[in-house]
Design a protein around this ligand. Sequence first.
Ligand code: FE2
Length: 402
Amino acid sequence: MKKVLYVLLAVVLAGGIFCYTSWNRWFHNPPEAVYTTPDFPDRITWTLAEGTHDRVLSWRCGEAVDSAFVDFVCQGRADTLRVPAVGTVVDSRSGKSAFYQAHFSGLQEGAVYAYRIATGLQQTSWHSFRVVPSGNFSFVLFGDIHVPDSLLLSMVTVLDTCPASKDAAFWAFAGDMIERPTDVYWCAFYDALGDVPLRRPVLACTGNHEYLKALVKPLDTRWVHTFVNPANGPEKYLGRTYYVDYEPVRMVVLDTDGLAGPADYVRVRKWLKRVLSENPQKWTMVIMHHPVYSAAEGRSNPLMRMAFNGIFVRYGVDVVIQGHDHSYMRRNSYLDGRATTPVYMVLNSSPKNYRQKSHPVADCTGYGERFYQHVTVSADSLCVRTYRAAGNTLYDGFVVRK
Ligand SMILES: [Fe+2]
């Protein structure tokens, strides 16, 4: 009896020490400095809509909602359209901002549009935006880039000058785009991206760094208003778990950090099965922050594997894009000794590196370097090339043919 008591006491003590030492990692949120929102449109961001020919433009301006619209004209045409915008005041921990969104549909492939934003008495200069034709197109992919401002700036400057990004239909991010959910880091992110979000859409996935730490973690309130994604996801996940069709690819984005309990997994799995089984596109890519197969030492996400791996295989997902591990890994699936899909990729675009674990089944790994991906899509092939950010040299690549 005494022995049992000692064992129980040891377990309780060990648990207490573990909780005590992990408390900050689990629950501590660094305070957010008080901020004000400028009375001029900033953080102007294009996002993709559900359909290939639709887009959404968002921005923030001031701290109260005012009348807002977008003047929009197709190059070579005289008629300027005035598209109304809807505003919402979004509170964060230390400030508030009015965010706006305007929706555009039926855009012409290959056309260049000029636009300017008006909010209250403020009006931006004209910017231009090209709708990259679907069918044969390319886009760029980044893993986690969250780092302090100066490093982030250097990273994105490299990427923006890389040959691959010039013709990209959109820039996609596998989560952890900001260091922490504070205005300072949102500023750093937008400073680093420069005018990219003004001229091409951003396809964003949530990461744990966009969440506040808590027992039930809330996503930064600014996220869904900054990246206005299609509201075609499951209940509770609108604008966070979603899909877009850029013909002939269906891009499915999963908010893995928002999965708080069994009911969430059931809800998202049910939605995912429907979205994949009814998919009219030839290619399917999934973007999620937490890897199904981890790349970093000491990390594993068995819930991700149990919840999603079987669905990806069953419904023919071609490529699964993941982040979080600050280490690069590509792992093919195999059937009768031949490489097949899904191809699982863990991306890393950050100068932060986690020690890589051994990968007896990985087809390519990378550690201590920053990478980005250039994806080329056509009717019969999907080609993913991984480049070193330093020097834009080719590091890895594969082609899926159907
Ligand atoms: Fe992460």
